[in-house]
Design a protein around this ligand. Sequence first.
Ligand code: FPP
Length: 255
Amino acid sequence: MFQKWLKIPKAELLHKRIERIKSMDIPSHIAIIMDGNGRWAKKRSLPRIAGHHEGMKVVRKITMLANDLHVDTLTLYAFSTENWKRPKDEVNYLMKLPEQFLDVYLPELVENNVQVRMIGIKEQIPNHTLRAVEKAIADTKENTGMVLNFALNYGSRLEILNAIKSIIKDAKNGIINENDLTDELFSQYLMTKDFHDPDLLIRTSGEIRLSNFMLWQIAYTELWFTDVLWPDFNEQLFLDAIEQYQKRSRRFGGI
Ligand code: FPP
């Protein structure tokens, strides 16, 4: 009973914190490198996939909070073009995660007006994974709320190289010429062409690097790192990152 009494003010405090944060500038596009699942599992003598499974539950929590905060786009780095180097069993499990996640949470995403999207190279992704993601995209395409964008088999260098190849082709075919090429036009050749650049990038697990994630798009993104491993990441930490963002002065090279 005492515990129940204690829980009320905690929930109220969180609610008040959310309302205060909402009354200020909310980052419109938040990108997350969800790192540390393997270490989380190892610390508990569990197989690495247990960390990925736990990480999936955190995806749900953070998605719901971001949607509540009226974040416009939440991009999650779920699988990189380099992750194929991992043991086959782990890759297979990672490729099952979108299905597992969507099997359980798609109704909740639909109900909460979230739109599911994906960036990444579709070719190598197993059919069962792609089918699940494409169904979620179709089922949520009329929604008007937050975009939950999975970066799946995504790699920024490959994305940039493919953009350059398409630009060369379009130039050869007379569709564009050299003088047309601006920041904005280049962005239109990237997989993220429908989204604006991230305002805030979060990386968990204490690694201070970008790991081939949205290298072009994060030119002026605010970066926030935490030592916390992704399966231990939670709403309060997500709010910490946004509060920190709200305190920063973004000058985009100006003064
Ligand atoms: C990096 O941690 C994490 C990944 C490569 C996978 C991220 C996936 C999830 C968090 C679940 C995704 C959920 C959905 C719905 C697609 P790591 O394995 O590199 O951890 P380590 O650095 O500690 O080894």
